[in-house]
Design a protein around this ligand. Structure first.
Ligand code: CA
Length: 366
């Protein structure tokens, strides 16, 4: 039996931003790589993972679900949402990577097999609240060169305000529709920017413009507002990137959300997302995972979606800069609009160790 012999918790410094990663090493020198949600540099999750260390050392890395349930309940008083779920996600992804390497199989195979190993993506185009209509169109045009299967325009406005520029937002949605043509799939992400009345007004415009989904129209914690918006509109309402538990996602579904979007680096990794898939299937809603980390998180998400039945929508792809490619020997970019998963063990990510070492900032107690 392999045993976990070392837990390595660290930031990777990309110059403009940091990732929160973990490596779990076995006594035989094999390692698995995982990533936590990067919000506020993932500091809270990294500290939790450091605190998990005594629970992980000596454990069998194949005991993936056992370890997750044990850690979840041991640390539940830190709050089951947010940082704890992100810490569990990082550990879980690293354990699945390790499990794949120990068993000589890609993760999608261990999840039950791939429906597809060539995965289409959707361009997740952020920060449109601060752009003019022309700038929004220019940025979308750039993304279209990579041949996405769908484009989502995100607004990322000031979270302390709402309904700031509804006519302007609708004008941007209309301009993008005109740019890509009537048949091309589009989605609209309000980033929690509207009141109920504002959301219904925007949602009706999106229905007329043929948008596929309307994401996070209202504050994510206002289930009653979601229910009012979903009841008033025909367009599918999407949400879930700010939910971390089965119960949280269940509440969204019961409020009328038709597309749930839990995130593999926030919601307990593969183990957490597999549970979410069962939940979505039980209720007959679509699971379209949120995922905006360009390397580890993205790759983990591709494995998950490869093995997901009823994957009706493409995978999110948010950062086409290639900044993180430098620490991998064979980074994966989209070719003809598709990401092709390798059949190598685990995540199939091979680190360029010398490059990585230059960017590692080990996590310490402040
Ligand atoms: Ca979003």
């Amino acid at each position: 039996m392999a045993q976990i012999a070392k837990v390595e918790v660290f930031h990777v410094d990309w110059g403009r931003g940091k990732s929160a990663w973990v490596r779990l090493w076995t006594d035989a020198g094999e390692c698995g790589l995982g990533e936590a949600s990067p919000m506020h540099n993932g500091n809270a999750s990294l500290e939790l993972i450091r605190t998990f260390t005594p629970h992980l050392l000596g454990a069998d890395p194949l005991d993936v679900r056992l370890l997750q349930d044990r850690l979840f309940h041991a640390f539940i008083k830190t709050g089951p949402d947010g940082a704890l779920a992100g810490a569990l996600a990082a550990v879980d992804i690293a354990l699945w990577d390790l499990k794949g390497k120990l068993l000589g199989q890609p993760i999608y195979k261990l999840l039950g097999g791939a429906w597809r190993t060539q995965l289409p993506f959707y361009a997740s185009v952020g920060n449109n609240a601060g752009r003019s209509v022309e700038e929004v169109c220019r940025v979308v045009e750039e993304w279209m060169r990579l041949e996405p299967s769908l484009v989502k325009i995100r607004f990322d406005g000031d979270r302390t305000q709402r309904d700031r520029d509804i006519p302007g937002d609708i004008a941007k949605a209309r301009a993008v529709r005109k740019l890509v043509g009537d048949a091309f799939p589009l989605a609209f992400d309000a980033n929690n920017g509207y009141s109920v009345q504002g959301a219904i007004r925007v949602g009706r415009a999106l229905e007329e413009l043929g948008y596929a989904w309307f994401e996070e129209p209202v504050q994510h914690y206002h289930m009653e507002s979601f229910a009012k918006v979903a009841a008033a509109l025909d367009i599918a309402v999407a949400a879930g990137e700010q939910e971390y538990t089965l119960q949280g996602v269940k509440r969204l579904i019961e409020a009328g959300v038709e597309i749930v979007q839990p995130d593999i680096v926030k919601t307990g990794g593969f183990t957490g997302l597999m549970d979410m898939a069962v939940l979505a299937r039980t209720y007959g809603v679509d699971l379209v995972p949120h995922q905006t980390q360009p390397s580890v998180g993205h790759r983990a998400n591709l494995h998950f979606v490869a093995a997901l039945a009823h994957a009706h929508y493409p995978c999110e792809y948010n950062d086409k800069s290639g900044t993180q490619d430098v620490v991998f020997t064979r980074p994966l970019g989209p070719v003809n609009g598709l990401f092709t998963l390798p059949d190598t063990p685990g995540l199939g990510l091979e680190l360029a160790e010398a490059e990585l070492q230059q960017r590692i900032l080990p996590w310490r107690n402040p």
